[in-house]
Design a protein around this ligand. Sequence first.
Ligand code: BGC
Ligand code: NOJ
Length: 813
Amino acid sequence: MEQQKRYGHFDDAHREYVITDPKTPWPWINYLGNEDFFSLISNTAGGYSFYKDAKFRRITRYRYNNVPMDNGGRYFYIKEGDTAWSPGWKPCKTPLDFYECRHGMGYTRITGRKNQVEASVLFFVPLKTWAEVQKLTLTNQSQEVKTLKLFSFEEWCLWNAATDMENFQRNFSTGEVEIEGSTIYHKTEYRERRNHYAFYHVNTEIQGFDTDRESFVGLYNEFSNPDAVVEGLPRNSHAHGWSPIASHYIEVTLQTGESRDFVFLLGYVENEQDKKFSAPKVINKEKAHALIARFDTTDKVDKAFAELNAYWDALLNIYKVKTGNPKLDRMVNIWNQYQCMVTFNFSRSASFFESGIGRGMGFRDSNQDLVGFVHQIPSRARQRIIDIASTQFPDGGCYHQYQPLTKRGNNDIGGGFNDDPCWLIFGTVAYIKETGDFTILDEMVPFDNQPGSEVTLFEHLKVSLDHVINNLGPHLLPLIGRADWNDCLNLNCFSWDPNESFQTTENVSEGTKAESLMIAGLFVVTGKEYVALCNKIGKHEEGQRMQRAVDAMIEAVKKHGWDGEWYLRAYDFYGRKIGSNECEEGKIFIESQGWCTMAEIGADEGMVAKSLDSCKKYLECEHGMVLNNPAFTKYIYEYGEISSYPEGYKENAGIFCHNNPWVIIGECMAGRGNDAWSHYAKILPSYVEEKYQTLHKVEPYVNCQMVAGKDAFRPGEGKNSWLTGTAAWMWYTVSEFILGIKPDYDGIRIDPCLPETAGDYTVSRKFRDAEYDITIRPNGSQKGVKQIVLDGSPVEGDVIPYAAGKHTVEVTM
Ligand code: BGC
Ligand code: NOJ
């Protein structure tokens, strides 16, 4: 029963996932860092670090498509006699007597034991710090004195992660380092335009070092058996060009029972232009010294770690549920929120599936990520909204992404996605509802970052919806442009050239009739939000104008977007139906079912219920709902990338977890709590974790973007973990629609939708300057609040009006 094999388990008390077998079915990673300095770390300590931007400011090197897969990272080699081993098993791969990796909130602790020596490494990025701390604790658990040789290892990336992998005629000559005491400085290109360097330090005297990879590893060896480690002798090499690294060599003697800490620090420094050098060719190390001094003792490191823990305690204290179902509670209280923070930080840029080179911060992606994060640190969400809006064009159109370092939009992964503008409303409204901060609407925000082009953020919202209204097709439905949320439904691309990307190839826009029902639904949902916002701030005329556009869209969907049992997906370039019973393949698609049911289009006419039933009938399978059905079995020139994927994978009938919540919310709006819950639990990591780990492959503590669908060769296999809009959508769904705690302009709306088996539960929710302790008694009902009692007095309606202070709320359904 290979399927049943387990590689780890949750430890909720410590908010950790504990991996007990290093040979996980895929590297199971964690993210370190909250704001500027970030690291990815796998369960064997593989991965890399960067400052702000995984493409332009890569600090350490990583090789994708490696063999074995996850090779390269921050490595320790411990040598006793002829045996060399690593606490994370890799890279030495010497069998360990004990191995454990604990991924926690912003930290990872890896412990290995060999021949009664224990090595435990705590990795974390302290708050507001441009460095990764690695606290290594060596303990002699034997009855004899142990004499050990310790080697550390990091490999520098020559800053630009893309050219680092391409431009070897230059790269092999530029590498430069400096060595000072126990610190190795990486200063490639510092002599010219760069004003930043990195360093790797240890808080003890060293007995040797290496900075040149070939000297340390040897040209014909691997990370598992570097020459220096095999011989037990550092080379004291000084890199000139080729591949600079940083390795410390330390001789350690441990008495019986003795334990010793070593603090390694991987740091990043920026200097002012006129203070770059302390002497000709010598980098100014002042800031590095100061940074090192902050973490040069175990006490200081422990204090910084306690601060990080307190930071996460506070963040995870904002929304806390107690349902008595540990599988639900741990996702809501710990992992889902944690994943939301990570996706907010990275958008889709850097994971073990995205190299950190191709994709920056997505316009659509980041707006969605906001919704999962805004309750945690609203001020950062506010800044993000301004950053995103600043890349917009005057007509409401958008760059699809921007680079975090420059905050400038670019077309690297295409442009002209006609759903993009609507997402700005989705994100902004979520921010205002959480904070009550309407002043954001008055912020002056440029178009395309052009000074002088500033208008209010409200104006950006307006042009966003106008972009849809100004781009309607023959059925008065939104033109799809390059694509909508489904990047791979490329109705205007017509590509036969394998050397061009579907995302960036030229679009035929002249004469297109390609319209999207997904955008239609999205427009109705965000349009209604916009109308409510207008009314709230007294812009009634503008509200009425938009209400008319929304009504017209609803009519257009009813008239031209309904197929009888479900909503159509789109019209193609020629005006032919997509996602219709008349089609041979791809008869039904999930996106339009999700958005049109969330928008409640045709609810009175029974369309919503029929659409939701059709999702169950045609899209649902054991592992979730697939994107479309039946899968495309051949490439369709008129549809583009969607039909390029083999059946059951990615956009071609994969379970694209991201869009499952749309239907789940549709179910909740319709009051079908049993169905909502059963869809939800199918893709909830803690349920998947319990069911199978080998087949699923990817991290069991977070959602992945895609799980292979029912038509796939291996249904249930997950891919593209961590950075996915699924995180925010799962959070939005469970926190607001299932558990029913919805921030609103004037307070919190209580509107749960639950399976009839749900028992009583409590939610404690910090909201602005208030704190609500809410007890909900479902009494077997799936939806419908009967009574709300606030601090002992009954409340009219379903909104608890906001008032600062502590409150108790009792809800009866
Ligand atoms: C993927 C999409 C992705 C797009 C843009 C496609 O190949 O299937 O999921 O969003 O590329 O990077
Ligand atoms: C991944 C992208 O990040 C997301 O924005 C997109 O819509 C999905 N792919 C579906 O194609």
